[in-house]
Design a protein around this ligand. Structure first.
Ligand code: AMP
Ligand code: ZN
Length: 136
């Protein structure tokens, strides 16, 4: 299913041009317009799924397989030093386009980019409480 108001539906299905670096029946991979680093790309399914929670299991598995293959190829071609996979779900997590996508972000020594979080500081009791909540 496609969403007529969704920009990634339009890009993934070729209605809007993109700098495509891979395409198959299920996915398109294209360069991010505001890249965090040289080669920053997005894996986007051609069908509309808003986020990870509604993505079918099989497509999620295929997306990760594709990410692995594409990252290896890009690492070789771009000679990057490291590689980050980022996937945001929900506004609070930084999601701005509500069509599932997986960021492929090549990293270079001294690239000056920060894709990170402030390390927290929970007591053992607090960590135990979190664990209990998740397991409840
Ligand atoms: P997120 O914040 O995880 O939802 O990521 C959305 C990403 O889509 C951002 O990195 C944007 O730079 C990128 N983006 C938005 N519109 C376009 C577009 N038309 N073509 C390529 N990338 C886009
Ligand atoms: Zn969409």
């Amino acid at each position: 299913m496609k969403d007529q108001n969704c920009i990634f539906c339009k890009i993934a299905n070729g209605e809007i041009p993109s700098r495509t670096i891979y395409e198959d029946e299920q996915f398109r991979i294209f360069l991010d317009l505001a890249p965090a680093s040289k080669g920053h790309a997005l894996i986007v399914p051609k069908e509309h799924y808003a986020n990870l929670f509604v993505l079918p299991d099989e497509l999620a598995a295929d997306a990760m397989r594709l990410a692995k293959r594409q990252a290896a190829d890009m690492k070789e071609k771009l000679c990057c030093d490291g590689f980050q996979l980022v996937q945001n779900n929900g506004e609070s997590a930084g999601q701005t386009v509500f069509h599932f996508h997986l960021h492929l972000i090549p990293r270079y020594r001294n690239d000056g980019q920060t894709i990170a979080w402030e390390p927290g500081n929970l007591s053992a009791e607090e960590l135990d409480a979190v664990k209990a909540q998740i397991l409840s």
